[in-house]
Design a binder for this molecule. Structure first.
Ligand code: GAR
Length: 203
C-alpha cells in the first residue's frame, strides 16, 4: 500500500473522495495524514471523522515563506509519503518545500492546462462563458515540479461543458464531480504503478 499525505485548505470534498476510494480499495493506498494551513478547514474534520491524523500548521507572525515551507516539509516528511497530494491547497509552495519531494507532489486544479491559474478558476470560467468568450472548461491533475502556479507536467485532464442553463452552482457541482473522478483515477494509476509517469519524470 502506498502512503498519501493530503494537503487541503478548505472544504475537502476531494479529500473525501480520496478517503472513500482508499477505504473501498479503489486506490491501493492509505492516507497517513491530512495537513492544512487553515485551522477552520472542514478537511481537518473529515480526516478526524475517518481516524486519520489531522494537522494544522499555520504561518507564524513574521515567519518568511521559506521558513514556513521548511517547517511544512519537515512535518509532511515525518509521515513518510509516497505521494503528496494538493487537494484544494491554496498556498503557493516554494522550493523549500518542493525540493524535499521531487516528482512526488500532485496538484489538482479546476481548469485545463495553461488556463485560469490561481484562485476562483471555476467562477472566472463561468463569468467568461457569460461574456461569450468560453463554452467549456475542465479540470486537471499535474505534477508540481517548481514554483509555477497551477503548472507542471500534466497527468490527466477532463473537459467540462458550461451549459447555457447553468447557474454558477450547477457548473461548480459538475466541476467537482469531474475532479473527484479524475483525482481518484490518477491516484489509482500512480499508486498501482501502472501509469507511465514515475517520480521525477515528465509527461
Ligand atoms: C477544488 O476545486 C480544487 O481544484 C481547487 O480548490 C477546490 C477545493 O475543493 N484548487 C485550486 O484552485 C488550486 N489552485 P475541495 O476543498 O472541496 O476539495
Amino acid at each position: 500500500m502506498k502512503r498519501l499525505v493530503v494537503m487541503a485548505s478548505g472544504n475537502g470534498s476531494n479529500l473525501q473522495a480520496i478517503i472513500d476510494a482508499c477505504a473501498e480499495g479503489r486506490i491501493p493506498a492509505v492516507v497517513t495524514a491530512v495537513v492544512s494551513d487553515n485551522s477552520d478547514a472542514f478537511a481537518l474534520r473529515r480526516a478526524d471523522a475517518a481516524g486519520i491524523p489531522a494537522v494544522h500548521i499555520g504561518r507564524r507572525p513574521g515567519e518568511s515563506r521559506a521558513d514556513y515551507d521548511a517547517r511544512l516539509a519537515d512535518l509532511v516528511s515525518g509521515f513518510d509519503p509516497d505521494w503528496v497530494v494538493l487537494a484544494g491547497w491554496m498556498r503557493l509552495l516554494t522550493m523549500n518545500f518542493l525540493g524535499w519531494f521531487p516528482g512526488m507532489v500532485v496538484n489538482l486544479h479546476p481548469a485545463l492546462p495553461g488556463e485560469l491559474p490561481g484562485t476562483h478558476a471555476i467562477e472566472r470560467a463561468f463569468d467568461e462563458s457569460r461574456s461569450g468568450t468560453r463554452t467549456s472548461s475542465g479540470v486537471m491533475v499535474h505534477l508540481v515540479a517548481d514554483e509555477g502556479v497551477d503548472d507542471g507536467p500534466v497527468l490527466a485532464t477532463a473537459a467540462v461543458p458550461i451549459l447555457a442553463t447553468d447557474t454558477v452552482d450547477d457548473f461548480e457541482t459538475r466541476m467537482h464531480t469531474a475532479e473527484h473522478a479524475l483525482l481518484v483515477s490518477v491516484l489509482h494509476a500512480l499508486c498501482s504503478q501502472i501509469h507511465p509517469i514515475t517520480h521525477g519524470a515528465t509527461a
